[in-house]
Design a protein around this ligand. Sequence first.
Ligand code: AMP
Length: 420
Amino acid sequence: MTMQNLVMFKELGLSDEILLSIQRSEFTTPTPIQDKTIPQIFEGLDLLIEAQTGSGKTACFAWPILQQISANKQEDHKKIQALILTPTRELALQVSGALYRFGEFLTNQVSVLTIIGGESIAQQTLTLTNGVDIVVATPGRLLDLIGQNVLSLSDIKFLVLDEADKILDLGFAAELDLVLKEISGVRQNLFFSATYPEKVLEIVKRISTKPLHLKIDDVTPTVENISQRVIEVNKDNRGMLLRHLIKEEKWKNALVFVASKVAAHNLCEKLKKAGVNAGTIHGDLSQPERNKALSDFKERRIDFLIATDVAARGIDINKLSLVVNFDLPRSPADYIHRIGRTGRAGEIGHAVSFISHEDQEHFYLIEKRAQIKLDREKVIGFELTGEAPEKVRGLEPIKGKRKSKKDKVRELNLDQTNKA
Ligand code: AMP
């Protein structure tokens, strides 16, 4: 590919040094979100960007930030200029990896430090003392370092909240709050989120007066590239069905989502016993163990990675062709995030969800929100048996353990009807 092919990227305002890295990545055209946001980022505007993972969103902020920091670099300047906050350690490592790759051809090199728990705090402190340009961090460890006075956020020119909804969903609201209090001065704020619930908008309002809200019409390009299947099966038969499909349909590798760490461990052990090359990634593993599981999977030393949502959020695995929802995700947004691990950047991907009687209603909700309607499949020998339990008919809260107001009213009405 010649640099001429990169004219569409150049028109967005990207420099030749950045174009060299794009050329090496073999990207041919900007993704819709890159088209729409990069010129606005160069304008210096605060943006609120509705973007799914898999849409090429990392490059949207990485390219303009690297380019501008490099162009204005003064050797004696040791203050942090950009802070990128992410919900999980894996996403932080992934964003840093993208920054290294995209910044490789810059004449004035831009230094990047990943600040995450589970890794040496002494090493992070030392690097900070020598000066870094960009910090990519999860909120918890960043706060530890702020507390130790080894880090100042007073000179930040760019603040990025990546997957802002997830940062809040994972319970980092208090940490985020404290981090934001440390940030002062004039800067550009960029918010990326798949959804914009009220709690995200509140944070946005506090740090930016009038951000421009950009919604990409084609927000789920990767989901459109994904063939989605739903297979009805009793909960107890899911393990056997998975092994059956691996064998019969010759599944070579897949990311398999489960609801808990225990479920991940149990399923992995069962698969291993059946001769399937499997591993796990979940929150109970140490950071080096999580990194190893991921690299083993990426480099095909293991074929099936059994994951919980927290650990798998935002993970970009090249050419991952199949995602299995062994357990359904709790929210429709998570469904999109999960299946967005496959079919990335124009590739065709496959997603298979197992649903039992108990999951029917929840899956309708996912379909409604994702604006899809899928046929239920049956696999011979694994057909659903038994009756739908009472709670599927609307008594239990669908999303979580705590009952919503609606659930309570519904229960009360039913109770009164029963008494009548
Ligand atoms: P992200 O949404 O940032 O996780 O990116 C998803 C994937 O798309 C990553 O593997 C990127 O390397 C890739 N990507 C980013 N920009 C482009 C592009 N313009 N064309 C093709 N692939 C891209």
